[in-house]
Write a protein that binds this ligand. Structure first.
Ligand code: NAD
Ligand code: IPM
Ligand code: MN
Length: 362
């Protein structure tokens, strides 16, 4: 029997609600496949600010490093939103990413055929959509220094710094090309090379890395045009690779191709071990959704699909990952819908019913 250590950080808002369902599904995987998942739970985000005064404790990071993987819910909420606050719930996710060295964030975008009719986009636009956006996760505007606010003779000022090194760009591009090799062999590198120095560096390095993968087609697109192409010809994309903030914004847009934020899982990866696995962090791309928290309306599928990515990428359990993904496909096919993905006449269920339905089908 294989034993795996998993750090569970539910967070705030709908984070704990969707996490409960992912753990339910993993419980089923344990029983069916004969594994043991040993969980440790840590308070993070706004809940940790209330309890400890910080969003992420060093103890939590240490536990993450000693685990096979981290399952992360979501953090944040109006209670902690004061723009002048010294600590923010979001420090928890940013700190995890940085301190675990998780530089590549994989965000797959797919739409089940049964959900095409319920999308805000036309069915013919959505046909064949199957892409992975790889978002650089530990560099760029989020982490560049200087980063500060100050008062001056001209009033309040603020600065964030967009900085990338050649090494940071190259390593995430390698992840993109390697993934494309297992897929349709096309990489779209997204930048703002017509304006930004970092964009020019990005394009140069992506081109150089691309030369090492002659079997993979490389195209470059400017980020503003990419935002447009994502809703105009989304099926043309295979693997998209882009810098931190562009990736953040483009994937919320891409969530509408998948039908809802509640359908978008993600995996954050750093350096791999020799066997191909590595400590990874798995989280839905959505936030704590304060507007629906506590109402049983949250769609747990993004969290459940993130757990499936964990099984595959950090635990090396491919068949188990597939079993979870197939169970999700089955409940969608059977017409179960949380409110965010419910079209007219749909069978609307709550968070727990959806989670249980997936678990039963594993
Ligand atoms: P959000 O993703 O929380 O919500 C955006 C919209 O999508 C809302 O209408 C919400 O109801 C809906 N939605 C999101 N997830 C859903 C789900 N699983 N099922 C059904 N509907 C869902 O983004 P926001 O409202 O801009 O941010 C709220 C808070 O979350 C902020 O504090 C933000 O900083 C934080 N946030 C955290 C993370 C994270 O922890 N990784 C990610 C994004 C936002
Ligand atoms: C995401 C979120 C985070 C980000 C926030 C909460 C810091 O929006 O994971 O997409 O911007 O990376
Ligand atoms: Mn985001």
């Amino acid at each position: 029997m294989a034993t795996f250590r998993i750090l569970v950080t539910p967070g705030d808002g709908i984070g704990p609600e969707v996490m409960e369902e992912a753990l339910k599904v993993l419980g089923r995987v344990e029983r069916r496949f004969g594994h043991e998942f040993v969980y440790e739970e840590e308070t993070i985000g706004g809940a940790a600010i209330d309890r400890y005064g910080v969003a992420l404790r060093p103890e939590t990071v240490a536990k993450a490093k000693a685990s096979h993987a981290v399952l992360f819910g979501a953090v944040g909420g109006p209670k902690w939103d004061d723009p002048r606050a010294a600590v923010r719930p979001e420090d928890a996710i940013l700190g995890m990413r940085k301190q675990l060295g998780l530089f590549a964030n994989l965000r797959p975008v797919k739409i089940a055929p049964e959900m095409v009719g319920e999308s805000t986009l036309k069915p013919e636009v959505l046909e064949g959509v199957d892409m992975v956006v790889i978002r650089e996760l530990t560099g760029g505007l989020y982490f560049g220094r200087p980063k500060r606010r100050w008062e001056s003779a001209e009033g309040r000022q603020a600065v964030d710094t967009l900085r990338y090194s050649e090494r940071e760009v190259a390593r995430v591009c390698h992840v993109a090309f390697q993934l494309a090799r297992q897929r349709r062999k096309k990489v779209t590198s997204v930048d703002k090379a017509n304006v930004l120095r970092t964009g020019q560096l990005w394009r140069e390095v992506a081109t150089e890395v691309g030369k090492q993968y002659p079997d993979v087609e490389l195209e470059h697109i400017l980020v503003d045009a990419c935002a447009m192409y994502l809703v105009r010809r989304p099926a043309s994309f295979d693997v998209i690779v882009t810098e931190n903030m562009f990736g953040d914004i483009l994937t919320d847009e891409a969530a509408m191709l998948a039908g809802s934020m509640g359908m978008m899982p993600s995996a954050s990866l750093g350096r791999r071990r020799k066997d191909g696995t590595g400590v990874g962090l798995y989280e839905p791309i959505h936030g704590s959704a304060p507007d629906i928290a506590g109402q049983g309306k949250a769609n747990p599928l993004a969290m459940i699909l993130s757990a499936a990515m964990m099984l595959r990428l950090s635990l090396g359990l491919e068949a188990e990952a597939r079993a979870v993904e197939e169970a999700v496909d089955a409940v969608i096919r059977e017409g179960l819908r949380t409110p965010d993905i419910a079209g007219p006449g749909a069978k609307v269920v709550d968070t727990r019913t959806m989670g249980s339905a997936v678990a039963e089908r594993v």
